[in-house]
Design a protein around this ligand. Structure first.
Ligand code: SAM
Ligand code: FES
Length: 361
């Protein structure tokens, strides 16, 4: 493929309502550095046009590491007896959220393993308290639950929910999850949207058995599902998992996937994921220049951060709580962008309260 071929395919992909999967596979397979740069630059232009130069911050609090699930890639899986498990108290969670608010950040993401021992009413009370104290946006990411629980948290004030699909291919999904079904993940995503949540999803790049054609179909799935947020990160092997011997996901392929997701979905919010920052070099600035527009500073209390070990070598586990927010100011300035201290609601028509950018000042 020549640079001219890449430009011609990019033109077709960016002007089509639903591009051809074969065009996406061609772009994902580009490996000449100049051709790859064409793809990342095209995504950067579309990012600027549709979501602007502001980088949104979402403060994340990893509020528990217990998990009843057995995902073959994740260090938190139920069978990992080497991991010390924790559940934060309501007071600890609220103190972390206070720290997020004190830095002027207006979205909190409360994430945990899929913990069958968690009392849904307890989480609902925490959401209510956050809304009462700070009025900030609350995103939950606690896995698959029955509709009644999603409805409870929504009526308590939760605005958004993150549930990554990991792969939109039934066979691949089910090869990675024991006794878990793609159909149930899809049902959850549909119910969340139906309940009025702004919905986020996403995939890992570099999963065992994942071909470029799977990634191309995932990108088309993102377009058809019209997700408000899409998180894409490299798979990183954890020694206490079934996939311990699988190599890590390729950085360039991950960046091309972020870029093509931007080109195809246009105005979804795309984080520069922590996993992209955890590969020796920090590739988050690169992701921000390849279509991403969100960063997720970690506000989990310092004593627990290292226990939320989804994969080894996770970025910033020894930083004091809240350090990431300040560090990210510098990261974003170094690439000529700025932090947008707005809530960063969905930009999809009718789904979010689209607000003008609000720089802290
Ligand atoms: N329990 C919730 C759920 O299932 O959606 C949220 C927690 S889960 C640990 C958050 C995300 O971590 C997953 O959706 C997955 O994409 C990512 N993840 C898990 N294991 C990973 C690994 N080995 N490398 C990179 N990302 C991983
Ligand atoms: Fe965590 Fe820089 S992003 S300290």
């Amino acid at each position: 493929m020549s640079a001219a071929d890449v430009r011609a395919i990019l033109d077709r992909v960016s002007s089509s309502a639903l591009p051809d999967s074969s065009d996406l596979v061609s772009l994902l397979s580009a490996d000449d550095p100049a051709e790859v740069q064409e793809i990342l630059d095209a995504a950067d232009r579309i990012r600027k046009q549709f979501v602007g130069d502001g980088v949104l911050l979402r403060g994340i609090v990893e509020f528990g590491s217990f998990c009843s699930n057995t995902c073959s890639y994740c260090g938190l899986h139920a069978g990992n007896t080497a991991l010390t498990r924790y559940r934060l108290s309501a007071e600890e969670i609220l103190a972390s959220v206070d720290a997020i608010a004190a830095q002027g950040i207006r979205t909190v993401v409360l994430q945990s393993g899929e913990d069958a021992g968690m009392d849904p009413a307890w989480l609902a009370r925490i959401v209510e308290e956050i809304k009462a104290r700070h009025g900030m946006s609350v995103t939950l990411s606690a896995g698959e639950w029955p509709r009644a629980e999603y409805a409870l948290w929504r009526s308590a004030g939760a605005d958004r929910y993150l549930l990554k699909i990991e792969s939109s291919d039934t066979e691949l999904y089910e090869s990675l999850h024991q006794k878990r079904f793609l159909s149930s993940r899809l049902r959850c995503l549909e119910e969340l949207a139906d309940l009025g949540y702004q919905v986020g999803s996403g995939i890992m790049v570099g999963l065992k058995g994942q071909a470029l054609s799977h990634i191309a179909r995932d990108i088309l799935f993102f377009r058809q599902s019209d997700f408000d947020m899409i998180g894409i990160g490299p798979f990183l092997p954890h020694p206490q998992t079934l996939l311990r011997d699988q190599g890590r996901g390729d950085v360039m392929l991950t960046l091309k996937t972020v870029a093509l997701t931007r080109i195809v979905t246009r105005d979804s919010h795309l984080p520069a994921t922590t996993s992209l920052g955890s590969m020796g070099q920090d590739y988050r600035p690169k992701a921000l220049q390849a279509g991403a527009n969100v960063l997720m500073p970690n506000f989990t209390p310092a004593a627990y951060k290292k226990l939320y070990e989804i994969y080894p070598g996770k970025r910033c586990v020894s930083e004091p709580t809240g350090a990431c927010g300040f560090c990210m100011e510098g990261m974003v300035a170094s690439i000529g962008r700025f932090i947008d201290y707005g809530q960063g609601d969905s930009l999809k028509a009718g789904k979010g309260l689209t607000r003008p950018l609000t720089a802290r000042g």
